[in-house]
Design a protein around this ligand. Structure first.
Ligand code: ATP
Length: 356
């Protein structure tokens, strides 16, 4: 296996930067998810790494070897990069074993070695004994595993996944997530996994690169992305964080500072070096909000809707002083909030978005 390094990679189409100045490292054996809204450049990034697309500037290295730069481009078939696509693209007239071994046959690998490699690849994806089946006689998840085996048989140094679960139903997705996680643990394959599904990225990846308009917005472990989003885009994108206008009242001390939000003073988490300032934003989650007593610090709100969600209700409300803000929190059963009522709300915590 090998690591992957992108240094200041830009890809322009007719002057439009689909990928802009991206730099990051994927460590040997790491599982990196690339996450972002539609059109942010994920597929272009994958195509650049695979070698299907030439970069406009910058450099890509795989296992220390430069594979893309302005002075040259190693062709896709010589990069030892495996790709698992969203549509598995298996040949229906071939058996599972023939599908998996096709590239070896083309490369004129001798029969006994070929069969051994096919068996090893099928074992890696838990499909031992499926070699004689046809794709039509497999489930969607099994087909996706054949596609994975087909890419593993070539002993790639890096495997790229392009939204591999997008075509599968919800239950199958969950079980394939488990399969991919187990596969990664078992093999230590370096994986770059493109998705627009946050839950999938969070469940699988060691780290997640969030892309926004072709740029890297943040690269961090899932929990850090959730707890400490680098900017407003990441805050609102990851788990639909709630952004609130704030004024910073005190300098950072031990990772916390005091802010004024919705007329309430709250201690929030923050980066070191924060200083008092206006025009700040904090990111909070539904779990950071709770109902408070009438005389407690907090703010008054108008309840808009209570949506029962089995064992709890999602309470949607707007602060009376900021009716343009739509907020919500979760209230365990029994729910005592009714739409149209006024209630006192309290913000318990949050994360101060860096001003840089
Ligand atoms: N060959 C091309 N020529 C011109 N523009 C392109 C080309 N390929 C991609 N783009 C543009 O680059 C931007 C990024 O596209 P890309 O397919 O990489 O996004 P994405 O994040 O994979 O989107 P999605 O999640 O919808 O697949 C888009 O605005 C797209 O229209």
């Amino acid at each position: 296996m090998a690591g992957l390094t992108l240094s200041n990679v830009t890809k322009s189409f007719d002057g439009f930067d689909a990928v802009k100045d991206m730099s990051f490292d994927v460590k040997d054996g790491e599982f990196l998810a690339v996450l972002g809204p539609s059109g942010c450049g994920k597929t272009t990034l994958l195509r650049l790494v695979a070698g299907f697309e030439r970069l406009t500037s910058g450099e890509i290295r795989i296992g220390g070897q430069t594979v893309s730069s302005t002075s040259g481009n190693v062709p896709p078939e010589r990069r030892r990069v495996g790709i698992v696509f969203q549509n598995y693209a298996l040949w229906p007239h071939m058996t599972v074993a023939e599908n998996v071994g096709y590239s070896l046959k083309v490369a004129k690998v001798e029969k006994a070695a070929r069969e051994r490699k096919i068996a090893d690849a099928l074992a890696l994806v838990n499909l031992k004994g499926f070699g004689d089946r046809r794709p039509a006689n497999l489930s969607g998840g099994q087909r996706q595993r054949v596609a994975l085996a087909r890419c593993l048989v070539a002993a790639p140094s890096l495997v790229l996944f392009d939204e591999p679960l997008a075509n599968l139903d919800v239950h199958l997705r969950a079980s394939m997530e488990d399969e991919f996680a187990a596969f990664h643990k078992r093999t230590g394959t370096t994986i770059v996994y493109i998705t627009h599904d946050q839950a999938e990225a969070m469940a699988l990846a060691d780290r997640i690169a969030v892309m926004d308009h072709g740029r890297l917005a943040q690269l961090a472990a899932p929990r850090q992305l959730y707890m400490e989003p680098a900017n407003e885009m990441v805050a609102s994108f990851i788990s639909q964080g709630i952004l609130l206008p704030a004024r910073v009242l005190s300098a950072a001390e031990s990772g916390r500072c005091r802010v004024e939000v919705l007329g309430q003073e709250v201690v929030v988490r923050c980066r070191p070096g924060e200083r008092p300032r206006g025009n700040a934003k904090i990111c909070c989650r539904a779990s950071d909000i709770e109902a408070g007593g009438p005389s407690e610090p907090g703010f008054d709100a108008l309840i808009k809707r209570a949506v029962y969600q089995g064992g709890k209700a999602r309470i949607e409300f707007s602060p009376l002083a900021n009716p343009e803000l739509d907020l919500h929190f979760e209230q365990p059963d029994p729910n005592s909030f009714e739409s149209g009522a006024e209630a006192r709300m309290r913000l318990k915590s949050g994360w101060l978005i860096s001003g840089e």
